[in-house]
Write a protein that binds this ligand. Sequence first.
Ligand code: ACO
Length: 259
Amino acid sequence: MADVSLTGADLDRAGLRLDVDGAVATITLARPERRNALTFSTWRTLARIGETLPADVRVVVVRGEGPSFSAGIDLRLFSAEGVPGEDTFGARDEEFIGELQAGYLWLRRPDIVSIAAVRGHAIGGGFQLALACDLRVAADDVKFSMKEPALGIVPDLTGTKPLVDIVGVSRALELCLTTRTVFADEAARLGLAELIVPAAELDTAVGELVAAILAIRPTTAVATKRLLRAAPGNTLEEQAAAERREQAALLRELSAGRA
Ligand code: ACO
């Protein structure tokens, strides 16, 4: 089996902090002096966090230190000088991109609920990281923008599916091809955030949401997420069958618990 152990040095290099407190893991993008710009090691380390997460973690909060959630890819990766210790951008194949996508994909796993706590800018790869989470709680100074097309590239960090699922194809196209900024009011209207709160109340609002989720029985929460995540791809009949399956399993478990 591959060595997936994660050291403090790995996290530092990736510009990340990880705090695990019982059932709650908090991942902090921790390069505020660069507005939490993301590098290849950030994405690879995020993937390793997913692989090494303790089994009893039920909620993962992703937050950014400082005024911005994340200004997206570290633009120095596009320059000749690059970022010390990082690969350069260059021509990259699908396998390489797949390794980076793994940093975001695990946030949809049914055994956890992931919450992005977004303040300030969430640009490009930062916007896609927020979209990778199940839920977004945003401060009223939030600024979402899908900047990739302005750099000649497409959003490729798993963000196009949740964006289209939330806002529809036409609005997603307009947002991506204008790369314009979506501010708090519009973000609320479009459903890009489940909750918009005054910036000073962001941490409290996230804490309350975490507490509400943890109050639900673990297997019930897992079954509910699995069921809802499957719904958009299912016909009504398939979804009704999935509801029966999940419910019957839960009822078996609940009655075994009472026995
Ligand atoms: N990559 C590298 N460094 C960055 C990035 C970035 N994406 N974003 C900000 N920084 C650095 C700045 O260069 C600056 O460094 P300096 O202090 O050494 O000059 C520092 O972070 C602070 O940034 P400012 O621009 O001074 O902060 P401000 O609050 O005025 O603006 C903003 C923030 C709007 C996020 C601005 O920095 C910006 O537009 N950044 C670039 C965003 C971008 O285009 N990202 C790529 C998206 S596409 C993708 O992710 C695939």
